[in-house]
Design a protein around this ligand. Sequence first.
Ligand SMILES: Cc1ncc(C[n+]2csc(CCOP(=O)(O)OP(=O)(O)O)c2C)c(N)n1
Ligand code: SF4
Ligand SMILES: [Mg+2]
Length: 301
Amino acid sequence: MSKERIQIAPEFFDIMPIEYQDLVSKATYGQENRGWKDIGTSKELIEEHSLCAGCPESMAFRYILASLPNPEDTVMVGSTGCTSLVFPHVALHNIHSLFGNQNAVASGLKRALSVRFPGRIKDVVVLAGDGATVDIGLDMTLQAWFRQEKFTTICFDNELYANTGGQESGLMQKGFVAKMAPMGKSFDKVRLPEIARESGCHYVVNCTVSKPSLVEKVIRNAVLIAREIGPTYLQLYTPCILEIGKDSMEGLQEMRDSEKPTARFAFKEYVSEPAKQLLAELAAKNKDKKEAAKHLVAQEA
Ligand SMILES: Cc1ncc(C[n+]2csc(CCOP(=O)(O)OP(=O)(O)O)c2C)c(N)n1
Ligand code: SF4
Ligand SMILES: [Mg+2]
């Protein structure tokens, strides 16, 4: 895990695109304590996007990329939808799957990577919309969890099909009227976090993306647990501000309102027993490392 693999031969440095030069000299690849705090001072793994101005998905994308524990050895799998507009601008290996197939593609990919690179950590992370995750791709989503595939599934839940103009999705709230669902949703929001838990996910979180430090924590937990134990699922509320007619600050308020204790995106976290044990071991190792670093500083002083 280091920047070595993205180095440019010195003879070619000046003819490489400025973005690549920046990536080599300023990306946080290889740094153990990378996180959202680096956004703005390091080379970000996404600097541009073609989402609507102020769309919460764009911030969520930044937080996620900044928080991955192993970005240079991570492959993300996307699906058609607003999220897929971002992948072409991301400095990270990624694959675009046919709409709904993302968890099937990720399953094959994760297995192939373990055969091709035995002994090297390779993380796989799916990032797809609610239409792709819970409607058209539900079969693939669930089957991957039943099979205990070792990767993370992240759903950007904006509660509708945003990219095609606002159709009803399984994660839409009951009664919600969208541009292309004028009669209003007639049944309840599907409880995918509960289904994920029952389907064998070892770490499940339901929350908004209003707090970057929280997003960082759940991303790291989800990726590390998927790496060692089994499937993990994050359902992140990223409201479609175009559909609900809000600007970016109002979008932030919409998330804050939706995460109140009785609201539908109140923070909920499920951790399986083996996953709890792993997190405790990792926390103990981190503590030891910090202690050792303190001793070293004290000795040198
Ligand atoms: C196989 C297939 N079926 C349908 C579509 C049309 N389509 C493109 S994006 C989309 C909706 C995406 O909704 P969601 O997954 O919620 O993502 P969002 O755009 O809301 O982020 C649909 C139905 C497609 N591109 N491919
Ligand atoms: S349509 Fe909605 S979800 Fe898609 S980029 Fe625009 S605001 Fe974001
Ligand atoms: Mg959607």
